[in-house]
Design a protein around this ligand. Structure first.
Ligand code: UT7
Length: 343
């Protein structure tokens, strides 16, 4: 019997990528600019991470605003003006409550469609894709707008050089539509995982029920993002490598047949280590973190759009997406790149 999770299953139903849109806020922040107020340097940031600049919003702009821009561009790229659901991945929602997605759906004029947020930090976009694919495969929706949007600049401790130089703001979105697994753009499978034993490696300690339950007084500094970089680095390589490997094996794709590895853009050294782990040539790893930094849930669609614009992502190519972040949470998916016009 054919394994229903492999492309050999042919005409089985699948969620198919139809459009891609992105948005970056206008203000680019260089390493030099950060070096003027932090004990860091352009040289350290470039050599340890690969980042040259990132974009940060101006006061007054929130995550939902970036999501609306990227969402509108994805709808235009797909040539559609309506969807049946909106799934938004973010670590930096407009409010702790309610979710940001319903506001984004309303601003996009999408009517009273189901709209909700997914919280899986830097793995959020892959989780949101899996979630949207589930809506399509269960018949809840025929077309879904999936958005990853972040404004990390608002949660970074401006005095913490371990995090302040790494993260950027931005948004990316795709339109998924019901189709068949043998069409270009079909999401061919998912590998997802988590390890909550290590939830403290990446955390915003305050502002949630854990802090309230502890009876601790609220301190606004507890709402800054914290990360144990070295331990996260090691986990990122292992988890993205193993997750990708498991998915490739299930799909029957030898790693040598992967044309583009689009990993979460956290650190160029991590991307190269994941490529090495999978025995994929480093040149096949898409890198745009030099331009945008680590944009968490927005990182995969921003990397896809930059690669397509640079001519590094072409119709018919085999693409592996993999992401990792706080939770810990990680996930991978794969597709044959479709003939779409990113916007
Ligand atoms: O997006 C979610 C997933 N996130 C990630 O995957 C991030 C994973 N981690 C990383 O990318 C890296 O661990 C970092 C870029 C965060 C840090 O790089 P590292 O090579 O692991 O540096 P380190 O933390 O081991 O620090 C090495 C040195 C330390 O100084 P000492 O103790 O050797 O004197 C740090 O204090 O570099 C120092 N350092 C800095 N120096 C200048 C740390 N941050 C900076 C900085 N500028 N911005």
């Amino acid at each position: 019997m054919t394994d229903p999770r492999t492309p050999e299953a042919g005409a089985r139903p699948a969620a198919v990528l139809k459009g891609l849109g992105t948005y970056l806020p206008p203000r680019a922040v260089s390493n030099e600019e950060l070096s003027q107020r932090l004990d860091t340097s352009d040289e350290w940031i470039r050599t340890r991470t690969g980042i040259r600049q990132r974009y940060w919003v101006e006061p007054g702009t929130a995550t939902g605003d970036l999501a609306v821009e990227a969402g509108a561009r994805a709808l235009k790229s797909a040539g559609v003006d309506g969807v049946d659901a909106v799934v938004l991945a973010t670590t930096t929602p407009d409010h702790p409550c309610p979710a940001t997605a319903p506001w984004v759906a309303a601003r996009l004029g999408l009517g009273h469609v189901p709209a909700y947020d997914v919280a899986a930090v830097c793995a959020g976009f892959v989780y949101a894709l899996a979630n949207a694919a589930g809506l399509i495969l269960t018949g809840v929706a025929r077309r879904v707008l999936v958005i990853g949007a972040e404004t990390y600049s608002g949660i970074l401790d401006p005095t913490d050089r371990n995090t302040a130089v790494i993260f950027g703001d931005g948004a990316g979105a795709v339109v998924l539509e019901a189709g068949r697994a043998d069409e270009p753009g079909a999401l061919l499978g998912f590998d997802l995982g988590s390890d909550g034993e290590q939830h403290d490696l990446i955390t915003i300690p305050g502002g949630g029920s854990r802090q309230r339950a502890g009876g601790n007084p609220f301190d606004s500094e507890d709402c800054y993002f914290t990360m144990q970089g070295k331990r996260v680095f090691a986990q990122a390589v292992t988890r993205m490598g193993d997750s990708s490997g498991a998915l490739l094996e299930r799909l029957g794709w030898p790693s040598a047949t992967v044309d583009r590895l689009v990993g979460h853009q956290a650190n160029v050294r991590i991307l190269h280590a994941v490529a090495d782990h999978l025995e994929i040539a480093r040149e096949r790893a898409v890198v745009n973190l030099d331009r945008v930094g680590n944009t968490s849930a927005a990182s995969i669609p921003l990397a896809l759009a930059d690669a397509a614009a640079a001519g590094d992502l072409n119709p018919g190519e085999r693409v592996l997406l993999t992401a990792f972040g706080g939770g810990l949470a990680w996930g991978s998916t794969a597709l044959v790149w479709p003939d779409i016009a990113p916007n």
